[in-house]
Design a protein around this ligand. Structure first.
Ligand SMILES: [Zn+2]
Length: 122
Protein backbone atom coordinates (compact mmCIF):
# COMPACT_ATOMS: atom_id res chain seq x y z
CA UNK A 1 0.00 0.00 0.00
CA UNK A 2 1.30 3.44 -0.87
CA UNK A 3 -0.26 6.59 0.50
CA UNK A 4 -1.17 9.59 -1.52
CA UNK A 5 -3.02 12.59 -0.32
CA UNK A 6 -4.23 13.67 3.04
CA UNK A 7 -2.62 12.36 6.24
CA UNK A 8 -5.91 12.38 8.14
CA UNK A 9 -7.51 10.13 5.55
CA UNK A 10 -4.54 7.82 5.92
CA UNK A 11 -4.95 7.73 9.68
CA UNK A 12 -8.62 6.93 9.40
CA UNK A 13 -7.94 4.22 6.85
CA UNK A 14 -5.54 2.40 9.16
CA UNK A 15 -7.21 1.72 12.43
CA UNK A 16 -5.63 -1.51 13.54
CA UNK A 17 -2.09 -2.45 14.45
CA UNK A 18 -1.64 -5.08 11.76
CA UNK A 19 -2.42 -2.61 9.02
CA UNK A 20 -0.06 -0.07 10.57
CA UNK A 21 2.76 -2.60 10.87
CA UNK A 22 2.37 -3.53 7.22
CA UNK A 23 2.43 0.12 6.19
CA UNK A 24 5.67 0.69 8.11
CA UNK A 25 7.52 -1.85 5.99
CA UNK A 26 6.80 0.15 2.86
CA UNK A 27 8.15 3.40 4.22
CA UNK A 28 11.79 2.94 3.28
CA UNK A 29 14.13 4.74 2.96
CA UNK A 30 13.26 7.24 5.67
CA UNK A 31 14.84 10.52 6.72
CA UNK A 32 13.99 13.48 8.89
CA UNK A 33 15.22 16.89 7.90
CA UNK A 34 15.02 19.30 5.00
CA UNK A 35 16.58 19.57 1.61
CA UNK A 36 17.57 22.92 0.14
CA UNK A 37 19.43 24.26 -2.86
CA UNK A 38 22.02 26.91 -1.99
CA UNK A 39 24.81 28.65 -3.89
CA UNK A 40 28.35 28.25 -2.63
CA UNK A 41 31.70 29.62 -3.77
CA UNK A 42 34.32 27.10 -4.90
CA UNK A 43 38.09 26.97 -4.33
CA UNK A 44 39.18 27.40 -7.95
CA UNK A 45 41.12 30.60 -8.61
CA UNK A 46 39.62 32.91 -11.24
CA UNK A 47 36.32 31.01 -11.38
CA UNK A 48 33.90 32.99 -13.58
CA UNK A 49 30.81 31.76 -11.73
CA UNK A 50 32.26 32.88 -8.40
CA UNK A 51 33.65 36.16 -9.73
CA UNK A 52 30.22 37.07 -11.13
CA UNK A 53 28.61 36.34 -7.76
CA UNK A 54 26.57 33.52 -9.27
CA UNK A 55 28.61 30.79 -7.51
CA UNK A 56 27.65 27.08 -7.66
CA UNK A 57 24.36 25.36 -6.84
CA UNK A 58 24.73 22.79 -4.07
CA UNK A 59 22.08 20.60 -2.39
CA UNK A 60 22.16 20.55 1.40
CA UNK A 61 20.40 18.17 3.76
CA UNK A 62 19.75 19.86 7.14
CA UNK A 63 18.75 17.89 10.19
CA UNK A 64 18.98 17.73 13.98
CA UNK A 65 21.11 15.14 15.66
CA UNK A 66 21.43 14.89 19.44
CA UNK A 67 19.92 18.37 19.68
CA UNK A 68 22.42 19.95 17.30
CA UNK A 69 21.63 21.33 13.89
CA UNK A 70 23.74 19.68 11.20
CA UNK A 71 23.95 19.67 7.44
CA UNK A 72 25.50 17.55 4.74
CA UNK A 73 26.18 18.03 1.05
CA UNK A 74 23.94 15.89 -1.15
CA UNK A 75 25.05 14.74 -4.61
CA UNK A 76 22.47 15.73 -7.25
CA UNK A 77 21.75 12.11 -8.18
CA UNK A 78 20.70 11.40 -4.58
CA UNK A 79 18.15 14.25 -4.41
CA UNK A 80 15.09 12.27 -5.67
CA UNK A 81 15.81 9.43 -3.21
CA UNK A 82 16.31 11.82 -0.32
CA UNK A 83 13.07 13.65 -1.18
CA UNK A 84 11.23 10.34 -1.06
CA UNK A 85 12.95 9.45 2.23
CA UNK A 86 11.87 12.76 3.82
CA UNK A 87 8.30 12.24 2.63
CA UNK A 88 8.36 8.69 4.00
CA UNK A 89 9.67 10.09 7.29
CA UNK A 90 6.62 12.38 7.56
CA UNK A 91 4.30 9.47 6.89
CA UNK A 92 6.20 7.34 9.40
CA UNK A 93 5.74 9.97 12.11
CA UNK A 94 2.01 10.11 11.39
CA UNK A 95 1.83 6.32 11.52
CA UNK A 96 3.67 6.25 14.86
CA UNK A 97 1.03 8.56 16.31
CA UNK A 98 -1.70 6.30 14.95
CA UNK A 99 0.12 3.20 16.18
CA UNK A 100 0.20 4.50 19.76
CA UNK A 101 -3.53 5.16 19.72
CA UNK A 102 -4.25 1.81 18.04
CA UNK A 103 -2.05 -0.04 20.55
CA UNK A 104 -3.97 1.39 23.49
CA UNK A 105 -7.34 0.92 21.78
CA UNK A 106 -6.65 -2.73 20.96
CA UNK A 107 -5.03 -3.79 24.21
CA UNK A 108 -6.50 -1.68 26.94
CA UNK A 109 -8.86 -4.45 27.97
CA UNK A 110 -6.01 -6.86 28.77
CA UNK A 111 -5.02 -7.33 32.41
CA UNK A 112 -6.31 -5.14 35.19
CA UNK A 113 -9.37 -3.06 34.44
CA UNK A 114 -8.60 0.62 33.99
CA UNK A 115 -9.84 3.13 36.57
CA UNK A 116 -13.34 4.34 35.85
CA UNK A 117 -12.20 7.78 34.90
CA UNK A 118 -9.04 9.08 33.35
CA UNK A 119 -7.04 11.11 35.89
CA UNK A 120 -6.08 13.69 33.30
CA UNK A 121 -8.46 15.54 31.04
CA UNK A 122 -8.27 13.98 27.60
ZN1 LIG B 1 33.48 28.86 -8.46
Amino acid sequence: MYYNGDMRMMAEALENLDELRKALGELWPVAKGSLSLVRKPCVRPNCKACASGERHPVWLFSFRQAGRRRCMYVPAQLVPTLRRAIENGRKLEALMVDAGAALVRERRDEGAPPPRECAVKC
